[in-house]
Design a protein around this ligand. Structure first.
Ligand code: SF4
Length: 151
């Protein structure tokens, strides 16, 4: 069972969306320079369907739900995103720390997918040198919209 540490409404993570970002613990990526090393251990509350339902109930007005992390169990990420799609009208996003999308991910369960570990040499998503990518998913196609973070 995956666990999450915190939940907050954010505006910068997905362009044009009011996003509920759920920080998932147990991150296996261990990027050098990670600013969230507290997420490396298996801490927090269980990320169940009931927990997601309560988040959706208590954050009226969000337009997107973003699972941040969870690379240790992509099948579970896919299952939870599918549940959100079937039980709400919000769009779904996943922030992965890997460069390649794992085969367990069904594009039909997501509206946005972010790939790539944090690399201090390249910088985060909002600089042009970043190695990370944010994709919009539409009709089974990925469109790179990383440029939307750049001023
Ligand atoms: S994927 Fe995110 S949480 Fe995991 S090590 Fe990299 S920056 Fe830290």
């Amino acid at each position: 069972m995956m666990k999450y540490v915190d939940v907050k409404e954010v505006f910068a993570e997905i362009p044009d969306e009011i996003t509920l970002a759920i920080s998932i613990s147990g991150c296996p990526i261990h990027c050098p320079g990670c600013h969230s090393q507290y997420l490396w251990t298996d801490i927090g509350e269980s990320l169940t369907e009931e927990a997601l339902a309560e988040m959706l109930r208590s954050h009226v007005g969000i337009t997107c739900l973003c699972l941040m992390g969870g690379d240790q169990d992509p099948a579970e990420i896919d299952r939870l995103a599918c549940w959100v799609k079937n039980n709400s009208k919000v769009r779904t996003a996943w922030y992965s720390g890997r460069n390649e999308l794992p085969p367990e991910i069904n594009l039909s369960n997501f509206d946005y997918l972010k790939t790539g570990p944090y690399d201090a040499k390249c910088g985060p998503l909002n600089v042009r040198t970043t190695n990370q990518r944010l994709y919009r998913v539409e009709g089974g196609e990925l469109t790179d919209i990383t440029y939307r973070f750049w001023k």
